[in-house]
Design a protein around this ligand. Structure first.
Ligand SMILES: [Zn+2]
Length: 115
């Protein structure tokens, strides 16, 4: 599993009269490279066709993990929200028992939406 992206490209050789100048299928390659941003810089590595096939699988595995993690975060945050509801229910109950008034009952909570 790895992060990064795989690119595949073909190049023109530049020789005059060579069919690759007109026909994309006559171009040199394909050349495969793996690029990844590391600390603000882009690292690039050339790969053989065989390596590219392996790297493609590795990157896909990374994407699947990312999708699973995202689901996990959403579930966790839903649970965290219900914990917040429970916490406020308890404190309201305790406040009523003790005759304690919330600091500013008239001011509604501002809903903030983060993503
Ligand atoms: Zn050519």
């Amino acid at each position: 599993m790895r992060r990064g992206s795989l690119s595949e490209r073909t190049v023109k050789c530049g020789k005059p009269g060579c069919p690759c100048a007109q026909d994309p299928r006559a171009r040199r390659g394909p050349y495969y490279s793996l690029t990844r941003a590391v600390g603000g810089r882009t690292h690039s590595r050339l790969l053989t066709r065989e390596q590219a096939a392996v790297v493609r699988q590795q990157i896909q595995a990374g994407h699947r993990l990312r999708a699973r993690l995202e689901t996990y975060w959403e579930d966790s945050e839903a649970r965290a929200d219900s914990q917040l509801k429970e916490a406020s229910a308890v404190s309201t109950e305790e406040a009523e028992k003790g005759g304690f008034q919330p600091a500013s009952p008239t001011r509604p909570f501002r809903k903030s939406k983060r993503s």
